[in-house]
Write a protein that binds this ligand. Structure first.
Ligand code: FNR
Length: 176
């Protein structure tokens, strides 16, 4: 199964991006995780730009979601919500309905766990009719301490939690 992973952070040494990279190595055997790298290149959403002649970067995002069996989102918290760049990407999928029924798991990672970011993300995913997996949400507290200088997850409990959420995604894709 093919998974598209989206980090909600544009920071070069982002903890969330490190967690997404770590997920690629922790995935079950039959799961292949591709990382979406163009979050920062998407134009600000406007209904004026939406439609069949949407910008190429938007078409590419939609194609990557469409060709995936499931989606993993890992986001920091900014001002009690998900980052605007992540919300912007999700807004681009409203009219195309790419996330409708799409199995998905959602992680927040920030010093305080990012539970408000996760809540705001889940509310948007509800509007998009995404299929959030049972057991498919996770808040990672003190996130920067869980990743070492090389971007590897250095905390056993976090490794276990990441493996568990990826297994939850696999089950949702299998329709279990
Ligand atoms: C933050 N951060 C933050 N953390 C939090 O728990 N609640 C919040 O409301 C905010 N707000 C916020 C605003 C801005 C402008 C910044 C720059 C940061 C902290 C942020 O979530 C934390 O640094 C994450 O670890 C960043 O994730 P990456 O970039 O390491 O993936």
């Amino acid at each position: 199964m093919r998974i598209l992973a989206i980090s909600g952070s544009l920071r070069i040494s982002s903890t969330n991006t490190s967690l997404v990279r770590a997920a690629t190595t922790l995935a079950p055997e039959n799961m292949h995780i591709m990382i979406y790298t163009e979050l920062g290149t998407l134009p600000p959403f406007s209904p004026e730009l939406d439609g069949d002649d949407a910008p190429a970067s938007v078409k590419e995002l939609r194609a990557q979601i469409q060709s995936s069996d499931g989606v993993l989102i890992c986001t920091p918290e900014y001002a009690y919500g998900m980052p605007g760049s992540l919300k912007n990407a999700l807004d681009w999928t409203v009219s195309s309905g790419d996330l409708h029924g799409k199995p998905l798991v959602a992680i927040s990672a920030s010093p305080g766990g990012g539970e408000r970011a996760l809540a705001s993300l889940l509310l948007t995913l509800q509007a998009l009719n995404a299929k959030v997996a049972e057991g498919g949400t996770l808040s990672i507290f003190n996130a920067r301490a869980k990743v070492d200088a090389h971007g590897n997850v250095a905390d056993e409990a976090t490794v276990k939690d990441l493996k568990a959420i990826l297994e939850a995604l696999a089950r949702a894709i299998a329709g279990e």
